[in-house]
Each structure stands twice: as structure tokens, then as C-alpha cells.
Design a protein around this ligand. Sequence first.
Ligand code: BTN
Length: 244
Amino acid sequence: MNDWKIIKLEDCDSTNSYAKELRKQGLLEGRTAIMSGWQTKGRGQATNSWFSEKNQNLLCSICLKVSIPASEHFILNVFTSLTLIELLGKYDIKGSIKWPNDIYVDNQKIAGILIENSLMGAQITETIIGIGLNVNQQNFPDTIPNPVSMHQLKSRTFDLQEILTALLHILEKAFAQEEQPMRQQAFNSYLLNLYKLNTWSLYRTNDQNFEGRIIGVKPDGRLIIETDGGKLKLFEFGEISFLI
Ligand code: BTN
């Protein structure tokens, strides 16, 4: 744990954007975690924003040098999602991974992940792993769909610094799994922790609703759904929404 550089900010636009700026200026050395009490332009997937009350939640970006073929980018998502599942487990909270970037507890979202990579040719050389984890916030605006926080689940306040330290500890173990068999094992646990795995449910794609059940995820990150006609369909990020 002692080779992490930790940058603590009172506020910033977005910890991921801050990290990108540092990288642009050549100031990101080694393993760095940037944590902010508040973000004025917190970013979510696609054009979504990330809302969090001041000093209540974990808002961080973890910057790592890696060497991963771009075709295997999804392993970063696998390691990060499993890190969050293990972290929540440490606080006796059973999370599940809502493909592709969310962590749920039952049917509510407790965390979101925004991974942004730098490539050199076909190789990912640096990654910025943005994590927003709802920790101590007790009330959320109605505009946020189905949020939940650790405080709402456990009726107590958590120390954000302690959570970050635990997160980095788990994450560095996850990212040390360089050998293929370990990665395969991580991928298998990712599948076992998937939200709605094998559960018939309603989805929407191309403006049409359909019933299906998630039966897995391809190593490249595409979601595999069996439809009620027995066909298997593959979906990329952004191609499908969960309706219930
Ligand atoms: C999502 O659910 O769409 C992903 C949300 C990711 C939010 C985190 S908060 C810390 C980091 N900085 C950002 O601007 N976004 C990520």
C-alpha cells in the first residue's frame, strides 16, 4: 500500500477529468488515487452526470499503468467490479454487478464505474478507473433512479478515507492477477456475481421491449441474453436497457 500516491481534493470538476489533465501534463507517476469531496461536473457513462452531496460519498479515480491488449479491455471492468463486490462484502453488504458498469444491492444502484483508457497502438498502457460509491448520503433527489447508500443499508456513518484504503488494497490484489488462469477465474466470479443472471426479465433494444434472461458475458464484454424464443443475442454497451 505504501507506493500509492494519494491526492485529496476538496472539490474539482470530475476526478477522472482531473486525472486526465495530470496525465496530459506528464504528472501522473506510478499508482495514483485522486479523491474529491465534491465534483462540479461528475461524469457517468455516455453523457450522464454523476451526482453526489458534498463530502458524503466516495468519489475517486485510480490511475494505473497497465499493459493490456485493447481487445482485452473488459478485464479492467471485471477486476474493478469484483473489487467493489469484495469491498461491500467487507461491510456485510451483498452487491451484484449490473452489466456493464454498475454495482447494485438488490434492485438499487450503490456504485458506478467509469473507466477511461489510454492506448499506444493496440495496447492499453494507462487506465483511469473512476468510481462513485454512495457511502453516507441519506437522501437522494428524485431525479436519480433507484439509488442506495451504505448508510441507508447499515444505519451508520462510514469513514471515507478508510473505505478508499480498503478499496486500493483489494484493487491492487485484483490487478496483480496477470496469469491467464487467474484472469479466467476472475471472469468466472464476475459471471457468478452478475445482476439478473438466469432470471427472466424485460429488456429494451431498438425501441422494442423483449423478455429474456442473461446467461453470460463474452470475454470481450458483450452481454449474452437468451430470448423467450430460445435464441441467443449479443449486446454491446449502450445497445440494451434493463426495464425492470
Ligand atoms: C455511471 O454510473 O455512469 C458511472 C459513474 C462514475 C462516477 C465516478 S465519480 C468519480 C469519477 N469521476 C467522474 O467524473 N466520474 C467517476
